[in-house]
Design a protein around this ligand. Structure first.
Ligand SMILES: Cc1ncc(COP(=O)(O)O)c(C=O)c1O
Length: 396
């Protein structure tokens, strides 16, 4: 008898398959025309190698002959690494964190799943903001929560009135992502302060806390001197759920953390719950070697000059051709308005020019498409004639 997968997972695989479909289409085009002739802007794999000081730290960590370094550890992660990280983050966030406010996780994805598992009861709701990182919907489902999708405004900013309209007693948590994938938007301090005031008022009115999970893996990838405000200074029930995937160019190594606001009521119990969930979700602990390397190179981060250069080249050319796109303040994506309403059809036009993009539909916002600029600047330059032919053929 044939094996049978769960009906729900079958449906989810279909719904969440845009990036995979683009990946498959890309592989097919590359096999047919050669990889150098395909312009793949579909994947958000960070460009470049990890910084030298992190690689050196890894070499030191792996060469350490101390016995027991490859064994189990506390589920929250190495105490000495959490202490180093706590000191570093205290400076960054301007709050006093200790090792006891942190747990090391398997990437930002692990962090979000652990936080939802620890905080959200089955049947409660989680607010997600469109356009969104598609996995959030599945993460909410992992804890049998309802995902409530809230549209951001025309500039992809949080729409506080829209949030107020959907906040009801069943809402337990919100997931925000700043700098944002796919839009590049960084939420301002005043927007976040308004959100915090609203959540404080609603927590009070509903008689239960509403938690804010801030997904921030792109925090170090920001442009033009933009500052990403610290949620830990703004909202006491904030948890930073993030990773080193992008800022150290190590997404395959799976290292992240959760930082709980020291002022969060019940922080100690929460940390215990997060640690327990890290264990029972099967992560057990974040990768040992990566934690030890991080402890040796806490200041390491990638150089963002190439991302900034790519962003600027892309923006200049696309705007000259008549594409409508707002300037991303961070991350490494452009979210471009589709010149025709049907973003899926438009992306198919681009594919005929061997240009791969992801339709906005894949992020819950039709009428746009996403371009990742984790590529060489030559790839961007070489793709421009194709972008131009497509828009000309549509506008003419
Ligand atoms: C917005 C956002 N959140 C979370 C993740 C997952 O990060 P990680 O690989 O650290 O689990 C990604 C990865 O692309 C992302 O773009």
């Amino acid at each position: 008898m044939e094996n049978s997968i769960s009906r729900k997972i079958g449906q989810f695989m279909e719904a969440g398959s845009w990036i995979r479909r683009m990946f498959e289409q890309g592989a097919e085009l590359k096999a047919r025309y050669g990889a150098e002739n395909v312009f793949d802007f579909s994947i958000g794999n960070p460009m470049g190698e990890p910084p030298d000081n992190f690689i050196n730290a890894l070499k030191t960590a792996v060469s350490d002959p101390t016995p027991g370094l490859h064994g189990y550890m506390p589920n929250a992660g190495y105490p000495h690494v959490r202490k180093i990280l706590a000191e570093h983050l205290s400076g960054d966030h301007g709050v006093s964190l200790t090792a006891d406010h942190l747990i090391m996780t398997v990437g930002a994805a692990g962090a979000l799943n652990v936080a939802l598992k620890a905080l959200v009861n089955a049947g409660e709701s989680v607010l997600i903001f469109a356009p969104y990182f598609v996995e959030y919907r599945f993460y909410a489902d992992n804890v049998n929560a309802n995902a409530i999708i809230v549209e951001t405004d025309q500039t992809f900013n949080l729409d506080i009135d829209a949030i107020e309209n959907v906040l009801e007693p069943g809402v337990k948590a919100l997931i925000i992502n700043t700098p944002n994938n796919p839009t590049g938007r960084v939420y301002s301090e005043s927007t976040l302060t308004r959100l915090a005031e609203l959540l404080d008022a609603k927590s009070e009115a509903f008689g239960h806390p509403i938690y804010l999970l801030s997904d921030e893996p792109y925090k170090r990838i920001v442009y033009d001197g933009i500052h990403v405000p610290s949620l830990l200074q703004i909202y006491k029930r904030a948890l930073i759920c993030t990773s080193y995937s992008k800022e150290l160019s190590i997404p395959g190594e799976r290292l992240g953390y959760i930082a709980v606001n020291p002022d969060c009521p019940g922080a100690k119990t929460m940390i215990n719950a997060l640690t327990f969930c890290n264990r029972i979700l099967g992560f057990v602990n974040a990768p040992a070697l990566m934690q030890r390397a991080l402890g040796l190179a806490i200041d390491a981060h990638v150089d963002i000059a190439q991302y900034q250069n790519n962003r600027d080249i892309f923006l200049k050319h696309l705007r000259r051709m008549g594409y409508e796109v707002s300037t991303p303040e961070g991350a490494f994506y452009l979210f471009v308005r589709s010149p025709i309403e049907d973003d899926v059809a438009f992306v198919a036009h681009l594919a005929k020019e061997k240009i791969l993009a992801v339709p906005g539909q894949g992020f819950g916002r039709s009428g746009f498409f996403r371009l990742s600029y984790c590529v060489t600047s030559e790839t961007i330059e070489n793709a421009m004639p194709g972008f131009e032919r497509v828009i000309r053929s549509i506008l003419s």
